[in-house]
Structure formats: C-alpha cells, structure tokens
Design a binder for this molecule. Structure first.
Ligand SMILES: Cc1ncc(COP(=O)(O)O)c(C=O)c1O
Length: 503
C-alpha cells in the first residue's frame, strides 16, 4: 500500500475498538451504527470468505457466527494480535494485494479499502475476479462520498468542530466517490450496488458478471407467438426458433448430447467420430467434437446445401461426398463401413437412443414457456426430434403431429426425391414407436416453400424449408385442437439461399 499506513495501524490497534464504539468523539459519526453496519455486511457473505483488513476482528466474529470458512488477511501485527485473540483464528499476514491467492465465494472488508490508491483499488478488484466463484461477490463496507462537493462540505464541517485528526485523515487517505467505485466495478466485470448506512459509510456489493461462452449458446432458444396466420378460435400458435443455437440449427442439441454420452460411456476410442448427414447434424457434431478435441468425418450426399457443407468444414470437419442417387442410405452405409474399418466412433444418429434423448430439454423449455402444450408439430429426418418430444409430451395429453415431405415413407408412400431439406424418411426409424404419432402430415415442396416465403413476409422469420413444411402442417391440423400449438422451426433460410429458397 502506497501510504505508510502501518504506523497508523500500530497506533490505532489499541484504541480501534474505542473508536468504533463511539468513545472517540472525532470518529463517532464515521462509526455510527457500527454493529448494525457490520451485521448488514456479514448478512451478504456466503461460502468461502476472504476478509481483508479484519483489524481487531469485529466483522470476523460475525462471519464466524454464520459458520463461514474464513481466511483473514491483516497487515498489522498489532491489530492481528487483538483480532486473533478475539476470534481464535490465525490471521494471514498480508494485504488487499499481497496474500495467498485462493478460490473464494466472498471477499469482504470493513473500513479498510480506502487505504488503496485508485489504481490499487482497480488492480485488487480485477485480481479478485478470477478467484471468485460464479456467484461470487466483493463486499466493501467503507467511507464513500456521493460527490466532491459533499466531501468538501463534510471536511469543512468537521474542521469547524476542531476535529483535526479526522480532517487530516479525510484529506490524506483515498476515499473514493461512489460514482468512481461504480465505474471501476462495471469495467472490471461486476454489477455494483451501494447502500448508504450513515453519513460516511456505504455498503457496496460487487457481484460478478458471468459472461456466456459460445458453447453455452446451445438450447434455451426463443419461443415466439405467430399472430399473422388465420387460426380457429381458441388456438394460439407458437414457434420454437432453433436457428438461435450456436451452429444455427436444432441439431446442435443432438451433437452435444451424442458426443457427451459417448465420452461418458468411453465409446470414443480413436479420437475420431464419423456420421452421415445432410448437414445440420454434421454442424452440431463438429461443434461438439471441437469442444472435446475430437476429429470429425462426415459423409454427405452431394446434392445437399453447399452452405452447410462449408460451415462443417469451417468448424473443422472433414467431408466426404456420396452419390446423390444413393440418398442418405448410401451415405450411412459409407460412414458405417469407414467406422468398421478404422474403429472411429459412428454416432449413428438414425438408430441411437441418444438421438431422441437429446430433446428432453427442448420439451422442458417448451412447457416452461407455454405451460400446457395442446399440440406439438415437428418434422422428421432421423425422427429424433419428434420421438424425443412426443415421448415427453404425449403422456401429458399433447396431440402429436409428425411432418414429412412428399417422397418420405411415414404415410405409407413411396420413397422419392424432394426439395424440402432436413426432413424426409427413407426407412422407418427404429426408435419411433407408431403409437407416439397422432397424425402424419405429408407436405409438398411447393407448400413448404410457399410457407417459408409467407413467414418472411408476414413474420420477419427467415427459416428453412422444413420449418415451412411444419408450419403448413400446423395450420392444416389447427382445427383439430384448442389451446396452444407449438411448431418446431429447425433452422434458418440463409443456408439454403444457394438453392433459391425464396424463388
Ligand atoms: C432442417 C432440418 N429440419 C428438420 C430435421 C429433422 O430432425 P430429426 O433428424 O430429429 O428428425 C433436420 C435434421 O437434420 C434438419 O436438418
């Protein structure tokens, strides 16, 4: 600390407790309501607590009474001797800037922080950020002024009373303005709150701001109400916007879950993962593999969106094209034989139960948002989204509608080509139980693309063709239900622009 406070502390040690209990008239106003103030500070402390400048241990005692795990760091040996005697703790020798760095939930200090210069205050607050847990906080009980004018008025007033020790102290030490503390806190990564407790003292609480990392942006997508489409009376239509996941589609949930489950079970032996996908699954897997330092190899039928292929590559995946004419079945066969030959982990989205399980949280997010779900509408590619949602929602009375393009086999039709991308089933998914389905909606490409345009024009929503198909299905089915209809929009239109989605 830049001032030689140590000398002051040594003098202070013997009469500190007298001052705080109001026996020293000069400091009576500074310490007015002392026990109450300490109580307010202690009340806000939790968990592992570092107390700086415990002095003679008055706040330390209250923290002890709360049963907190306390490290007390005190620069003055004289003060520490008194405090240690009072609390039975051994105080660490050190100060705000020099101490044994350790993780903490609370960093707390009473009537000491003003011994640091402004730049030391900033250094300290910034240093503490990495020590504090996610809901960590800094609690500073100390003199703070509301304005320079206020500080001057207070100094003038106590000078007129002849309180020269106090006036010297106020002029010499680094009492900050509240506004300055607020700014320091904000720019060091904290939210700032301050309550004034007497003429001098403010209780300042700096709570750590926790910033999300990119990987946190999977799930918890927005759910919006669509109000521009004609609906039967008593029906509300909601859309879950899965394009707001990190990789831009619902499949980020799948990628994350499949990889985490496989790692948990120890199924990934060679550090390489392989899958067949039209794209979104590959993007979701690429993100998950990147997060866990794994290699990803993806088999993609040639015709699929080049944007998705570019994105997979950008995220570090290696792409292998299979013939468009062989469809997804051809891509699956190629992925499987690569896994058999090399020992790479085949994620097998079309068969693994980890696929539908990836959407447990999606179902929860939806019910948390709307309460009762009277009808759920979701497209099927692998069938995972629909199966996961239906397994969780159907038992609560939700009507379930599965959506496919013309050219998909769920309705008993023949397998054939379609332009609606991401949905469409060539063989019945093993995990999809027939009794989970209340209705199958088979939507033409033209209807799906028309709905995509309508969503852009009417709602400002830029979604992919499978969303258009699902909206059409939801509108077709709306007369069969009362209440809340929720439709899943798996991705955005920008990754289909090269396929002229709006033309
Ligand atoms: C755009 C889009 N919509 C819908 C789906 C269908 O999801 P699921 O495989 O869970 O049936 C997918 C799957 O890839 C997709 O990419």
């Amino acid at each position: 600390m830049s001032l030689s406070f140590m000398d002051i502390f040594e003098e202070w040690a013997d009469n500190y407790d007298e001052a705080v209990t109001g026996h020293n008239p000069e400091y009576k106003d500074v310490f007015e309501n002392y026990p109450f103030m300490l109580g307010e500070a202690a009340k806000r402390a939790h968990g592992r607590t570092i107390e700086f400048g415990p002095g003679t241990g008055n706040l330390t005692l209250l923290l002890q009474n709360k049963g907190l795990e306390i490290t007390a760091v005190e620069p003055s040996r004289e003060m520490a001797a008194i405090g240690e005697h009072k609390t039975g703790l051994v105080f660490q020798h050190g100060d705000f800037l020099h101490f044994d760095k350790q993780p903490a939930d609370t960093i707390i200090s009473s009537f000491a922080f003003h011994h640091l210069t402004d730049s030391e205050k900033e250094t300290a607050i910034k240093d503490y950020h990495s020590l504090l847990s996610e809901d960590g906080r800094i609690i500073i009980l100390d003199t703070v002024f509301n304005s320079i004018e206020e500080k001057q008025e207070i100094i003038d007033y106590y000078r007129s009373l002849g309180y020269h020790n106090l006036v010297d102290d106020l002029n010499r030490e680094y009492y900050p303005l509240k506004q300055h503390m607020h700014m320091l806190a904000e720019r060091s990564g904290y939210n700032y709150e301050a309550v004034q407790l007497n003429k001098f003292a403010h209780l300042q609480v700096l709570t750590k701001k926790n910033f999300k990392r990119p990987a946190d942006l999977i799930g918890d997508t927005p759910l919006v109400e669509l109000t521009t489409f004609k609906l039967p009376a008593g029906v509300r239509l909601f859309a879950k916007l899965e394009m707001y996941n990190l990789g831009g589609s619902i499949k980020d949930r799948l990628g994350q879950n499949i990889i985490e489950q496989a790692l948990f079970r120890g199924d990934i032996k060679t550090g390489e993962v392989v899958e067949a996908t039209a794209g979104n699954t590959g993007i979701g897997l690429a993100l998950a593999c990147q997060a866990h330092g794994l290699k990803l190899r993806v088999y993609v039928p040639q015709k699929f969106s080049v944007e998705k292929q570019d994105i997979m590559r950008a995220l570090g995946a290696e792409l292998v094209h299979t013939a468009t004419a062989d469809g997804m079945l051809g891509a699956r066969a190629a992925a499987k034989s690569y896994a058999d030959a090399t020992g790479a982990f085949y994620t097998n989205q079309f068969e693994t139960l980890d696929n539908p399980a990836s959407y447990d949280k999606l179902a929860r997010e939806i019910t948390d948002a709307v309460g009762t779900v009277d009808m759920i509408v979701a497209g099927a590619g692998s069938g995972g989204t629909f199966t996961g949602l239906a397994e969780r929602l159907k038992p609560t009375g939700t009507r379930t509608v599965i959506v496919e393009p013309v050219g998909s086999i769920l309705n008993g039709g023949a397998s054939g080509s379609h332009r609606t991308e991401g949905i469409g089933v060539e063989v019945w998914p093993e995990f999809l139980e027939h009794n989970l389905i209340d209705a199958v909606e088979t939507i033409s490409d033209d209807a799906a693309f028309a709905a995509v345009k309508q969503l852009a024009v009417q709602e400002g929503l830029l979604v992919g063709s499978s969303s258009g198909a699902s909206l059409t299905a939801a509108l077709n089915q709306a007369q069969n239900v009362k209440g809340n209809v929720v439709v899943i929009f798996p991705d955005a239109s920008d990754r289909y622009l090269s396929q002229h989605i709006y033309e």
